[in-house]
Write a protein that binds this ligand. Structure first.
Ligand code: CA
Length: 250
């Protein structure tokens, strides 16, 4: 991992990225689970808010701009899938999704809804905190790397333009909202066109830590990127993995 680099304006520093500066929104209707997770995260120095249903969660997300969202799948009002879509449409925010069963998780992973990680209930709050830290570290690393490339050329892939500095993506000039993981995955593949990466390599390079859903998480995010940016950009190499399709975009 690269050493953290200062932000371009020199204002933000490591201090600004300390856990105490971070806000986490928990969207969960089971009050005991929400309270246990909140207590644990607060003890880690995070500022935590709880929303008890989907619509309130979407509203709070727009108001407080959390650094990360812990999102329950089964919610009254709006379910977690819709909530995830709505909060990601406004701005990319890392989402850790909670599901009641492994089968439910697999189903959701298969849909490519744009959550960055998943946990199945019952889980240990210690494990949840570890995952929250891992996700935030990854976002920090990406921001630092983006800042380090300020002024460097944007990446053009067919009709899709990626700006690593701002993490903005446009397709035919229109802004496309990618989740943090979707952006990282696509940027990683785009940096080495035509090179085939295995799912394991992508997990190691893009996620940077163990995800429970493993290779399926990669498949899920590839599906989501294709859905948003076009089917011809990422090639499936059966039995191996994925590559940015240089031929397909010309
Ligand atoms: Ca629930």
């Amino acid at each position: 991992m690269a050493a953290p680099r200062p932000y371009p304006d020199g204002v933000a520093s490591a201090a600004a990225l300390a856990p105490s500066a971070r806000t986490i929104l928990i969207i969960e209707d089971e009050a005991t689970i929400a309270a246990a997770v909140a207590a644990r995260l607060r003890s880690e120095g995070f500022s935590v808010e709880i929303a008890g249903d989907g619509p309130v969660g979407v509203d709070r997300c727009r108001q407080i701009h959390p650094d990360l969202v812990v999102l329950d799948l089964m919610l009254p009002g709006l379910d977690g899938l819709e909530v995830c879509e709505r909060i990601q449409a406004d701005r990319p925010v890392p989402v850790l999704m909670l599901t009641a069963r492994d089968s439910e998780r697999d189903l959701v992973v298969g849909l490519g809804v744009g959550a960055d990680d998943y946990m199945t209930k019952p889980f240990s709050t210690r494990e949840l905190v570890a995952r929250v830290h891992a996700l935030l570290r990854r976002v920090d690393r990406d921001r630092a790397e983006g800042a380090g490339t300020t002024g460097s050329a944007t990446v053009l892939v067919g009709e899709v333009m990626l700006d690593p500095a701002t993490r903005r993506v446009t397709r035919n000039g229109e802004v496309v909202h990618l989740t943090p993981t979707e952006f990282d995955l696509f940027a990683f593949l785009a940096a080495a066109p035509d090179r085939v990466f295995t799912r394991e390599e992508l997990l190691a390079e893009v996620w940077g830590y163990e995800v429970v859903s493993g290779g399926r998480a990669v498949d899920s995010h590839v599906r989501a990127v294709r859905h948003k940016l076009g089917n011809n950009l990422i090639r499936t190499v059966h039995g191996v993995g994925y590559a940015l399709d240089d031929a397909g975009v010309q």
